[in-house]
Design a protein around this ligand. Structure first.
Ligand code: ADP
Ligand code: TYD
Length: 235
């Protein structure tokens, strides 16, 4: 396995929490600072994994149940890691991935009721030591997730059954990501996704620059310019 030198950053959170918006803004900022950045996503990110993504998102895989979906997400991840992520990290790039293994924990684990034992075994086999250095969890209350996704269905000021179900779904997902953050405090940073795009982007950049550390001369320059990198409080 190639030696790892770069930095692996993942974005997690509910649909519509701003992951892709923030991932691309962070990538642009880090490129401005002179880093090689590889932007990618899951499921997908490599040609073979994108083929599995199409199957997963078509809804056809769902017929086989959460266990089969777990295997497919992991099969896609194995190819993505082998062909894209590990080589990029080995040459020193910063890899920014929109969703990764925590999504399997939240969606297939908490929502799909796949056991922790199975998820852990798959993660150990597939992710192995390519655990993200930093995971940004964009946290949005369920009602605001529905608002963002434009799927609120309120009639006469009361929620209908579909909205109640959707709210419960998003609340369970939100809690799943917060539980992951609580278990992996070193790796995960929770960002309040109700903040403006600009404000959230600034916080995320500060966290990344702090993690890049004083050994990175470009991080130092940026800290001096902004004067706000050191006192960032982690949540
Ligand atoms: P995700 O990748 O998590 O599904 P997106 O980045 O695609 O989320 O954002 C979903 C929608 O919400 C987009 O229309 C985007 O412009 C909007 N959005 C993203 N971040 C914010 C924010 N902080 N405040 C308000 N709207 C946002
Ligand atoms: P996508 O269109 O990329 O959604 P989003 O904008 O929310 O990131 O679709 C990815 C979907 O796949 C999303 O609903 C989450 C789900 N997913 C899982 O269920 N398990 C996983 O391991 C991953 C990576 C994603």
């Amino acid at each position: 396995m190639p030696q790892r030198r770069g930095m692996f950053i993942t974005f997690e959170g509910s649909d519509g929490s701003g992951k892709s918006t923030q991932a691309s803004r962070l990538a642009a900022k880090l490129r401005d600072l002179g880093h090689e950045v590889v932007e990618t996503r899951e499921p997908g990110g490599s040609p073979r994994a994108e083929a599995i993504r199409a199957l997963l998102l078509s809804g056809k895989a769902a017929r086989y149940g959460a266990f089969a979906e777990t295997m497919l997400f992991n099969a896609a991840r194995a190819d993505h890691l082998r062909s894209m992520i590990r080589p990029a990290l080995a040459r020193g790039a910063i890899v920014i991935c929109d969703r990764f293994a925590d999504s399997t924990r939240a969606y297939q684990g908490v929502l799909g009721k796949v056991s922790d034992e199975l998820l852990e075994a798959a993660e150990e086999a597939v992710v192995a030591d390519t655990v993200p250095d930093l995971t940004i969890i964009l946290d949005l209350p369920a009602a605001e997730t529905l608002e963002r996704l434009g799927t609120r269905r309120v009639s006469g000021g009361t929620r209908d059954r579909f909205e109640e179900e959707a709210l419960a779904h998003h609340a369970a997902l939100r809690q799943a990501f917060l539980d992951i953050a609580a278990r992996s405090r070193e790796r995960c940073v929770v960002i309040d996704a109700r903040r403006s795009i600009e404000e959230a982007a600034k916080r995320i950049l500060n966290v990344v620059i702090t993690r890049l550390g004083p050994d990175d001369p470009r991080a130092g320059e940026q800290r001096e310019k902004k004067g706000d990198g050191r006192n960032q409080k982690r949540r």
